[in-house]
Ligand binder design. Structure first.
Ligand code: PBG
Ligand code: ZN
Length: 327
């Protein structure tokens, strides 16, 4: 007790750096990128100031720039020209993601390329898979949608993706994709599962970014209720058992309690700082109400402190620069 114990003794400017418990490094960060098949010049995403959709021809230079800044992984989302009820443009060999992956792999060879595997950008109804009638009305059909995800995953792997990230929250999704990849000769492609994904209002700006707003209903019959913790842990545990290589919690900062528990399951864990988290910080900072750099680095440090190995963040490029300045 005081006065023998003085906590401030360890907080002096000379001692404090030695006792820092949580490090943040550029190796921890994954940059999400939006590739749009219908544009020829970058298109600003209004609800996410500073973020753009890039044309297919523009994606490799952006990846190259991130690589130069020290970012070693990107997560690619595609906006296709054609949408239909079955999301069939998602597994076309010349689809937008397939082309983007090939270009990045050709021009930025060591960049780790992760692809989002879901159908909501490719279906005309905007839901994450195949829709059919159920007792509760039109809803996402589980097992038919698994077949679709297998096809998308294989086509991404064929294009050269290093890591497949299924984000549709279907039951059996990881086991099904693992078997499909193994059968197709892609045993070395990793699966980073969106294993614990909440039905969050924080995905709002992503609807504009990825053109994936839904025509009816919502995603609460497949994503997790934000109040449910036990269910959230079980979801990640099941994906671990089905063979996921990396688990994920999404969103990040509202769900740090969940993240710290999932970090005990024995697999690497990623956290996704989602579009709404980005835009809240960005908007307040643009008004001068908070300091952007300090807020971003604090949020990323908190996510790491809670137990994430990896952070998917739209701030990746900026954070890399700020981390360089710090040294
Ligand atoms: C697709 C997907 C979404 C996000 C990532 N993948 C949207 C959703 O689930 O509704 C959200 C990412 C973000 O908000 O930054 N299923
Ligand atoms: Zn989706």
């Amino acid at each position: 007790m005081f006065p023998q114990r003085r906590m401030r003794r360890s907080r002096t400017r000379v001692i404090q750096p030695l006792l820092c418990e949580t490090g943040l490094s550029k190796n921890d960060l994954i940059a999400p990128l939006f590739v749009d098949e219908t544009i020829t010049v970058p298109l600003p995403i209004v609800s996410m100031p500073g973020q753009f959709r890039y044309p297919i021809g523009g994606i490799a230079p952006v990846a190259g720039d991130l690589w130069k800044r020290g970012i070693r992984a990107i997560l690619i989302f595609g906006i296709p020209r054609d949408k239909d009820p079955e999301g069939s443009s998602a597994y076309h060999p010349e689809g937008v993601v397939q082309q983007a992956v090939r270009r990045v792999k050709a021009e930025v060879k060591e960049m780790v390329v992760i692809t989002d595997v879901c159908a909501c950008e490719y279906t005309d109804h905007g839901h994450c898979g195949i829709i059919g009638n159920t007792r509760g009305g039109p809803d996402l059909l589980n097992d038919p949608s698994l077949e679709l995800m297998n096809k998308i995953a294989i086509s991404h792997a064929k294009s050269g993706a290093d890591v497949i990230a299924p984000s549709c929250m279907l039951d059996g999704m990881v086991g099904s994709i693992r078997a499909a990849l193994d059968d197709a000769g892609f045993a070395n492609v990793l699966i980073m599962s969106y294993s614990t994904k909440f039905a969050s209002a924080l995905y709002g700006p992503f609807r504009e970014a990825a053109d994936s707003g839904f025509a009816f209903g919502d995603r609460t019959t497949y994503q997790i209720n934000p109040g449910n913790s036990r269910e959230a842990i079980l979801e990640s545990q099941m994906d671990a058992d089905e063979g996921a290589d990396i688990l994920m919690v999404k969103p990040a900062v509202f769900y740090l309690d969940i993240l710290s528990e999932i970090a005990t399951l024995g697999l690497p864990v990623a956290a996704y700082q989602v579009s709404g988290e980005y835009s809240m910080i960005k908007c307040a900072a643009e008004h001068g109400w908070i300091k952007e750099k300090e807020t971003v680095l604090e949020s990323l440090t908190s996510i790491k402190r809670a137990g994430a190995e990896l952070i998917i963040t739209y701030f990746a490029g900026d954070a890399a620069r700020w981390l360089d300045e710090k040294q």
